[in-house]
Design a protein around this ligand. Sequence first.
Ligand code: ATP
Ligand code: MG
Length: 550
Amino acid sequence: MIVSEKPTNFIRTKIADQIKQGQIQEIVTRFPPEPNGYLHVGHAKSICLNFGLAEEFGGRCNLRFDDTNPEKESQEYIDAIEADVRWLGFEWAELCHTADYFDQLFEWALHLIRNGDAYVDEQSAEEMRANRGTLTEPGIDSPYRDRSPEENEALFLKMRDGELPEGAAILRAKISMSAPNVNLRDPALYRIRHISHPRAGDRWCIYPTYDYAHGQSDAIEGITHSLCTLEFEDHRPLYEWLLKKLPVPSRPKQTEFSRLELEGTVTSKRKLNALVQDGHVSGWDDPRMPTIAGMRRRGYSPEGIRLFCERIGVTRKPNTIELQILEGSIRDDLEGRAHKAMAVLDPLKVVVTNWDQAPLELDVPWHPKRPELGSRTMVFGRELYIDRSDFELEPPEGFFRLVPGGSVRLKYGFIVDFEDVILDVDGRVSEVHVRYDPETRSGQDQSGRKVKGTIHWVHAESANEVDVRMYDRLFTVPDPGNYDDPASVINPESLIDGKAMVEPALSNLMPDAYFQFERVGFFKQDPESQDGQMIYNRSVTLKDAWAKKK
Ligand code: ATP
Ligand code: MG
């Protein structure tokens, strides 16, 4: 576990300043996901920012479902989002739904209409698009733009009462068709959708747009700092225009920051959804997915993800974060958190020829620096497995593991001295014979002997075989988000199924524990594990000292 490194950022600095100057008493933020998919690592950044600021400054943060798009939203997503926010370690002040504000939003739409600030447009979608203008050319006023407030109100009520078909009319703000910012060219406020809403049921057949609903929802909840990603910067003038025109109870301020783009991953719910629907991954919680559910199942800790969010900081500069930063944060957190255990992925039999007594039980703590994790029993005996890569017939220079004529320490056990090697018909090593030195038992060693290498091992008879799933990047390119169809660049080797021989304790279900298989990597039990049929997901590799040296 790493103590908070808390680099500061421009939003934090500004809030500290506002509080110091007495401009605000209490900060109120919100995290406003649309429940149309599972949360991903980009959302984690936003969650840590919004909830983190509220926590730090003694304020409040709401979880708000921005549920204005009934066709794509579902209860499954709502439940998953709540679970993921809690798992990350945050609790909301209030659980809100934009849908609960539909009545108020409707009233305010009437307010705009009556003041001549909104009108019902009956142009077709194509006409509206054609008349919108471009970045360099102004748009063209709708022929319906100058209707009287009375006529607009009557038409808007007809829209609400289901008397018009979808696409027949929309409600638009009356701002300016020649505004340089296209978001101000009479933006849509309400659309007709004859579709029932997961929360509001069949009460409505008109639904507010994001731009109309968002700022007003912020105002209703008394949000002081409405933090969003940079693509909404050009919407800010509209956000402010609406707040100014309406009798809202508070005046939130929108501040933008750059979205998290992570090398080698996609952070678009639509594209992630396609991977799930088309069966390229096993589900939203596939451990290769950059979703919070996927990262949880893979064995990332919430603390590790929060550490990552601290390390990447918050700026207004768009950039892509290297995957190493995420993996490094997870590793740094797990290093102090994980139960350390022995597992051998590529077993090579070692016979301790001078071991004639019964197997020896060793009481070994789960973590050398965390006695509160307790201990487990390991077994040492005559036949062991070590990893094949820890023995070399013809060792390269600097190879400090087991070699002909050499000695090595078996961690928590004894120093063993090479005796003999048995080759199979193909000349491959099938067995190594060693002698153990009884004077060198770990923790009781008075021999004064020093060896250069310490390796891991398991006792052959008491070890069990488990499944291990090794994950690699899901995509073969660093920028899969730039592909229309990321499935076309999926890494066929992103999941490799393997086996490992593990010490006895690793056959027990310990669903909450994080594990470090010593010298191998960090692992977590997959939720599909059963007694006698354990599955371990590799969360992240270790930094390999040997590979680095090469
Ligand atoms: P998607 O395009 O994947 O649907 P979204 O931005 O529409 O993503 P929302 O559910 O609307 O997803 O997002 C909720 C909040 O999370 C918003 O405030 C949004 O700005 C923020 N957010 C989403 N993606 C990222 C990201 N990659 N980095 C930082 N914040 C993000
Ligand atoms: Mg969105």
